[in-house]
Design a protein around this ligand. Structure first.
Ligand code: CP
Length: 307
């Protein structure tokens, strides 16, 4: 593996290998982990806000013995403010670091700049396009919670139009067998038709429902998402009943006991905090899985630099 820019860079055997590596790293003593990427330097460039992705990547590099340089709020605090192109940024930062982890507001600009990078690029979220490493931790979480991913019924709820984690997870789910997908969103935030056709073409069985209540009793997984208000074009005015898409203690009464609730986080008000202590709420376990699967990904990519 070289870049991890899109889910096209992933495949089922690679994901299964990363999951096994993540499981090993989970129980490996820290002093042994620290030897794996000793001497490497990773740059983190975040042009959009992040808590989990940036800090879990930085924690992952550090736990594996590597070093970090970074620009947070890079739209303001880097030479992007002076008009420097992303292609030039990749050339420059690639002269210092062994890999670049980047979150950027424009997925097209990231794709155009990619050929100019002399080092591996890891996409930490690009506009409303993709977030491939989030899909890795989502799949890892499904595997840990259910023991396998094949055959699961997954209900995606919320902002399916602008939510990049949804786009990546749908594509990665298509690597598995017998997946049933149900899409539940306000009409204005429905999945883009092109992506809908793409995932159907990849073999996913997809249906659409108007309200979460219509499917709650029959799904294995609810993948809840936040409305990406910062990405809404001015011409879209949302008018929907919050309760049709919100998970509360009442929702849990009808959710099967084996089902699980995932959320890429951050959440705003789409999951009531009362739900957090229920065993079916997997979203904080999902966060920790992100650390170990990102360690596995970094080891996969940077191990090649060292070995
Ligand atoms: N899930 C996710 O991408 O979270 P952050 O925006 O905090 O990185």
């Amino acid at each position: 593996m070289y870049h991890a820019v899109s889910t096209d860079d992933l495949n089922r055997p690679l994901i299964e290998r990363l999951i096994q590596m993540a499981e090993t790293f989970r129980t490996t003593p820290r002093h042994i982990l620290r030897a794996r990427l000793q001497g490497t330097l990773v740059a983190t460039l975040f042009y959009e806000p992040s808590t989990r992705t940036r800090l879990s990547f930085e924690a992952a590099v550090t736990r594996l013995g590597g070093n970090i340089v970074g620009a947070e709020n890079a739209r303001e605090n880097s030479s992007a403010k002076k008009g420097e192109s992303l292609a030039d940024v990749f050339r420059v930062v690639g002269a210092y670091a062994d890999a670049i982890v980047i979150r950027h507001q424009d997925e097209k600009e990231m794709a155009l700049a990619l050929p100019y990078s002399p080092v591996p690029i890891i996409n930490a979220g690009a506009g409303s396009g993709e977030h491939p490493t989030q899909s890795l931790l989502d799949i890892y979480t499904l595997w840990k919670e259910f023991g396998e991913v094949d055959g699961l019924s997954v209900c995606m709820v919320g902002d399916l139009r602008f939510g990049r984690t949804v786009h990546s997870l749908l594509r990665v789910l298509s690597f598995f067998q017998g997946i049933q997908v149900t899409l539940v969103s306000p009409p204005e935030l429905a999945l883009d038709d092109l992506l809908l056709e793409e995932i159907k073409g990849r073999g996913l069985s997809v249906e659409t429902k108007e309200r979460l209540d219509d499917v709650i009793g029959e799904v294995d997984v609810i993948y809840q998402t936040r409305i990406q208000r910062e990405r809404l074009p001015a011409e879209i005015h949302l008018s929907y009943a919050t309760e049709d898409y919100r998970i509360s203690a009442q929702t849990l009464e009808r959710l099967p006991s084996r089902s699980r609730i995932l959320h890429p986080l951050p959440r705003v008000n789409e999951i009531d905090p009362d739900v957090d202590t229920d065993e079916r709420a997997a979203y904080f376990r999902q966060v920790q899985n992100g650390l170990f699967i990102r360690m596995a990904l970094l080891d996969e990519i940077l191990g090649g630099v060292l070995r």
